[in-house]
Design a protein around this ligand. Structure first.
Ligand SMILES: Nc1ncnc2c1ncn2[C@@H]1O[C@H](COP(=O)(O)OP(=O)(O)OP(=O)(O)O)[C@@H](O)[C@H]1O
Ligand SMILES: [Mg+2]
Length: 640
């Protein structure tokens, strides 16, 4: 089994992001959802940085007071200490406040981001979902959003504190020592170039890590879903081996990513030690003259430059600032892991958000109508009659579907349908039979426009389906898909999914038509029984009965039943038949079934082979033809 992650990589993440800054700025734009909180948080950050760094600046006053008036002027000494205590108290409070504010800010941004992602996913074409595993899709909402969340509520705060502190420190340093500022600038530049080198490598690896993680999630999810099949074919060992391939790959890229990122911390420490030592040396060399002490620079050019000389009290404060600067830079570098990870996650999220939505060029809508003086007029009343609205024209919804020379290919290479021509008059029951993979489901995918045709035309009540708004088109079709899907919720909720404003009575009536009422009444809580994950507590046939009830409640003019009764025993199917016949009465119905007894009474049966209709006609006519249908029938025990 090929690793699923690899196919995903080529689809979504293969493109290397070249613009981390652009991604970051785009992420920042989401702060518009909390501008008020953000403003207070930024003010708190400024207050924190100013207070904490001013306290450090005050150490020079403390040293000076100690040097000049120790014992003599206790009040002055205490005053400086109290001032410093107040500054640290302000720093502590604003630090607490800004952390709280950034937390709520990031929660809002994440909320908006998740909303945008989910809304986008709802607007994406079926082709997007057909090509991805659930695990890969879930990865956007788990790993990627978690990484971005970490950036927003933690790393950004730390970065802002560090950057504003650096600005304040450089400002305060101008009052202390010009040479030390120069040393600090050198330190900053060194760090910048080192970090730039490391970042380039790490960013690539973090992106790979997020992709591999999504691939691994996809694989785990697939194995969990298919656990029964794995066990039946005793493929546990193979599953384990495949998992190992994914897991080892993730381990490798995660190590690569973190190796580069983790050398940043120690590297920064060493750089800061070196610059601390350089500052000490320069400070001692440039020490300002002190009474009674020999002056190192006596008689030199530097002795004439008072701006370059450093007093001992200022040197101590400067050294403290060098420590502060290196701490701040080190904090920035420590945030690098999560920033790079978050940018990788954000890039994947934005790639998703930027995926083109399902195009809908249709303008024709579906409206409720009533007949007034022999003419159709639009109404809000529930008349049970519908019409297509094209401009000002109202075309009655009858359910006539026509295919003219339709060709189709999913991937642009392999032709799946060729020259399909058919028509279904309102109220007719049209059946598709044919071997597996012949293209039956594909035809229904084209009627509801899950996919668009390559060539030919499909019309609905004489209107090309491309001109009909997809939502209008789909709401006029009741579908029972080949793969039934039930949602977590009660049985009643699941039936009502067909039409959200249906009453309980209408849902029960639909369940009776589908012959589901019998088994539902035997469930512990009847219609209020909770269904677990995709109806796992129901049999396959029971799930299909609920899917039929769901289609019945939607009360559409056109019904499409794709193997709707394939898991239902023939006796129950016979029971449903009556209800179904009543349901189908007056509607156009497309039925797909391998069990030929299901399609026997159709007005027209289309026999498909390799995407072409090779025979058509009613049951008797086709039997007389003695062609493929005849072969299918005589080879089917149920019909014998
Ligand atoms: N999403 C898809 N992407 C690419 N190819 C697809 C997709 N869905 C189906 N196909 C291909 O289109 C062909 C027709 O598939 P389709 O599902 O229409 O068959 P079918 O007649 O409904 O078969 P069955 O009786 O097994 O349900 C098959 O060869 C299949 O491999
Ligand atoms: Mg099918």
């Amino acid at each position: 089994m090929p690793p699923r992650g690899s196919s995903f990589n080529s689809k979504m993440g293969g493109k290397r992001a070249e613009k981390p800054l652009k991604t970051l700025l785009r992420l920042f734009r989401y702060f518009k959802h909390c501008t008020g909180i953000l403003t207070v948080a930024i003010l708190s950050i400024l207050a924190y940085s100013l207070a904490s760094n001013f306290a450090v600046f005050e150490t020079q006053k403390l040293v000076k007071t100690l040097e000049t008036s120790v014992g003599a002027d206790m009040a002055k000494y205490t005053g400086v200490l109290i001032g410093m205590a107040i500054l640290y108290a302000i720093a502590a409070f604003t630090n607490f406040l800004l952390n709280r504010l950034m937390l709520s800010c990031s929660a809002r941004v994440m909320c908006a981001l998740r909303k945008e992602m989910f809304e986008k996913m709802q607007s994406l074409p079926i082709a997007f979902f057909d090509g991805r595993t659930h695990g890969e899709l879930m990865s956007y909402y788990t790993n990627d959003t978690e990484a971005v969340n970490e950036l927003l509520h933690h790393s950004i705060t730390q970065m802002l504190i560090s950057v504003t502190s650096l600005v304040f420190i450089f400002g305060l340093m101008t009052a202390l020592s010009i040479p030390v500022i120069f040393i600090m600038i050198c330190m900053g530049l060194t760090v910048f170039y080192v970090m730039r080198g490391v970042t380039r490598q790490s960013r690539k690896n973090f992106k790979k890590q997020q992709r591999e993680l999504a691939g691994l999630n996809g694989y785990i999810e697939e194995m969990m879903e298919g656990q029964k099949v794995v066990k039946v074919f005793t493929h546990e060992e193979a599953a384990r081996a495949n998992f190992k391939v994914h897991n080892d790959e993730l381990c490798k890229v995660a190590t690569d990513a973190n190796t580069f990122a983790s050398i940043v911390g120690p590297l920064m420490n060493n750089i800061s030690h070196i610059f601390y030592a350089i500052t000490c040396t320069v400070g001692v060399l440039l020490a300002a003259p002190v009474e009674g002490q020999p002056f190192l620079l006596e008689g030199t050019f530097l002795a004439e430059q008072p701006l370059l000389l450093v007093e001992s009290s200022k040197l101590i404060a400067s050294l403290n600032f060098v420590r502060q600067v290196s701490n701040r830079i080190s904090q920035i570098s420590q945030q690098f892991n999560s920033i790079l990870l978050a940018l990788a996650g954000a890039e994947r999220i934005f790639a998703l958000v930027d995926t083109p939505a399902e195009v809908d060029e249709g303008t024709v809508t579906l409206v409720r109508v009533e007949a007034k003086d022999g003419r159709l007029t639009e109404t809000d009343r529930r008349t049970g009659r519908w019409a297509w609205k094209r401009g000002d024209e109202l075309i009655p919804l009858r359910g006539e579907v026509r295919f003219n020379d339709v060709d189709f290919s999913y991937d642009g290479k392999k032709q799946v349908l060729t020259d399909v021509t058919l028509y279904a008059h309102p109220g007719q029951k049209i059946a598709f039979v044919g071997s597996t993979g012949a293209g039956k489901t594909t035809i229904t995918n084209l009627i509801n426009r899950f996919y668009d045709i390559t060539d030919g035309t499909i019309t609905y009540d004489g209107i090309p389906v491309r001109e009909i708004k997809k939502s209008a088109l789909r709401s006029s079709l009741g579908m029972v898909l080949q793969d039934t899907h039930l949602f977590s919720g009660t049985v009643m909720d699941n039936i009502r999914y067909g039409r959200l404003d249906a009453t309980d009575e209408e849902c029960i009536e639909a369940a009776k038509i589908a012959n589901a009422d019998f088994f539902i009444s035997h469930l512990p809580e009847g219609y209020e029984t909770q269904l677990v994950a995709d109806g796992a507590n129901l049999s396959q046939g029971q799930r299909q009965l609920l899917a039929i009830a769901r289609a019945a409640v939607s009360d559409p003019p056109v019904l499409i039943l794709d193997e709707a009764t394939s898991s239902i025993d023939t006796r129950t199917e016979k029971h449903i038949e009556k209800g179904m016949d009543a349901l189908m009465h007056g509607r156009t119905v497309f039925v797909i079934a391998h069990r030929l007894s299901t399609v026997r009474n159709s007005d027209c049966i289309m026999v498909l082979e390799n995407g072409r209709i090779i025979e058509r006609g009613d049951h008797d006519a086709l039997l007389r033809e003695r062609g493929k249908y005849y072969e299918l029938c005589t080879g089917t025990s149920e019909l014998s």
